[in-house]
Design a protein around this ligand. Sequence first.
Ligand code: NAI
Ligand code: MG
Length: 353
Amino acid sequence: AVHKIAVIGGDGIGPEVIDQAVRAAEVAARKHDGAELKWNHLPWSTAYYKQHGRMLPEDGWEQLKPYDAILFGAVGDPSVPDKITVHELLLPMRRKFDQYVNLRPAYLFAGVPCPLVGKKPGEIDMLVYRENTEGEYAPVGGNLYPGTENQIAIQTGVFTWKGCERILRAAFEAAQKRPRKKLTSITKSNAQVYGLGLWDDVFNTVRKDYPDVDSSSLLVDAAAMDFVRKPEVFDVVVASNLFGDILTDLSAAVTGSIGLASSANINPTKKFPSMFEPVHGSAPDIAGQGKANPLAAVLSAALMLDHLGLAKSAAAVRKAVATVLAEGRVKTPDLAGTHTTTDMGNAVVEAVG
Ligand code: NAI
Ligand code: MG
């Protein structure tokens, strides 16, 4: 089978890490699933913006719709406000394509030091399901009397029964398929009684359909402490947009490096394409120097292979990454080594077969 993939490298280290992800995924798909990946590189980025006055063509969203998946690097450049780059390309994509599941795994690989919490390889193994279309990031609010000392800003969180139900069900389905079958729902419903109170109501309704899953609820402040103190107790974690965002930077830090943190923005109905991207940004501080760790992008491509139904290829990519990290011969600077982005990509491609 042929799978059509749109590639948006974006800015800074985005294209550097995505190149390596494309190589690894292509080799794995061919070798392990006999599948062909057809890549189409789209130049949408800050450079594109400077030339055309917009981040993507007028019919850009229409152009993306027929693809089986989107592989995304990162956007953001010091010369243009994030309000344009991130807000015109990345954030609308999640909403326009209704990518309501933001899946962010956190796994402690052998060979990666864990100085923050001192856990052993494999001890941290969680899947965070972050709600990706509403909640605290809903573009609802306003500004009164701007620029005066009477200024009032209102930022409204939007929680809907349907929105809560679909992310909670996605998380429960995932928990059911994992050996530990455990799920933790994160809220702050003792303080945010309306929005997260609704979340809790939905949680208590949905959990009845999954009696085999050991589910519980935890307040976000306690969760922040436990992510550091005892991250090994978590299996599947499900959280609102803001809490999921913050907790996954924390889970990335405790598992070694933001350079290893992968993510998927999934529309489970497959009505629109899903998008796969490293958690990190464009890292202008190290861009163009070959210092970026491509493994976050490579692991994001593995999530893409899973979504395309190429489970063997996905497993092969993850195994190759685990092997390269465990051997420790090739290490980028974030892992206290001196190898380049391409060295790391080469090592993974070799390990894939
Ligand atoms: P960042 O994630 O780009 O960088 C944070 C720190 O982590 C930097 O020191 C960077 O060198 C390091 N780092 C990031 N990725 C790395 C990798 N693969 N290997 C080794 N080190 C890595 O976050 P920052 O600096 O806050 O944002 C830079 C730009 O990226 C901004 O314009 C921001 O808006 C944008 N951004 C875009 C995202 C996206 O497109 N999904 C996500 C986060 C930020
Ligand atoms: Mg974030």
